[in-house]
Design a protein around this ligand. Sequence first.
Ligand code: SF4
Length: 355
Amino acid sequence: MGDCRTEGGATPGAVAAQLLDWYDVHARAMPWRVGPARRRAGLRPDPYPVWLSEVMLQQTTVAAVRDYHDRFTARWPTVGDLAAAADAEVMAAWAGLGYYARARNLLACARRVAADHGGRFPDTRDGLLALPGIGPYTAAAIAAIAFDRPETVVDGNVERVMARLHAVREPLPGAKRALAELAARHTPSERPGDYAQAVMDLGATVCTPRRPACGICPVVDLCGARVDGIQDTLPARLPKAAKPVRHGIAYLARRSDGLWLMERRPDRGLLGGTLGWPGAAWGPQAVAAPPLPAAWRPAGAVRHVFTHFELRLALMTAAVGLDAAPLAGSFVGVVPGELTTVMRKAHARAVQAFG
Ligand code: SF4
């Protein structure tokens, strides 16, 4: 396990007990969460909102997810309702959350649960893992949170807390396995669901990436990094390589009746199934013929950072008449909130350019 402290005070039983006591008082309120008091009163979480939150939270923060979660559960109160929704409606409701493959998997999963499981989520990690869009992390999280299974949930928060509690100096990503093993040792058989949420809350609110609040930490007396005074430097990370840059061009044509020329992107691939501006595939160079003849004008560029690359999208705009006959796509009304982030940025810039 390399340079890692496992002796000392951070023993599994002690960490879990102190974290659970802290959670009983300080648990964050979340729309999909059954807090410790209600849980003690016998209430059990509904797996549907728990699953929805876990899929939405992949790569996104709690603050960004709350509104989306509220909207989804208001519009589709059960997994069966979501399963019956039209693809385009769900993609539009997801717009802005990013990583659109997740929205497609969300629908595929809802439909599988409705069709093959009678609308009830499987209650084990393995059963959940067999569903579309549910990987090991999400399966463990749902099994623990919704079904109180003693599964270990390891996200960035948990890795950070483990690295600090045990003063693990080995850098990420190499230390991932060691940190997951440490996390597994701490998972209690009593209240594993509350414990999983307690560690996440600790990482999100106290043991934060910068300037951890050790003074109010419920496990400060057990923390190896604190003893060594190295909590601000952990977890260590290898330097990241710079992201490659891809170039694209987007043609934004606005018709005299206010509709815009858009086309639906192919189902597979980045932003699959969402509406986008016509233009070239993104690559080392941006070259694409316009989707219709018009007086095209350059309107600057937008920059957007995806997980694996940075996109620089050059924009061309044109005002066209009702007789415009595009080679691809169709003229539609644009609701900026239903566009993906990069397409929304391009739209805002084009609106400015039109004045
Ligand atoms: Fe994190 Fe500080 Fe608590 Fe250690 S004492 S777990 S570094 S907040």
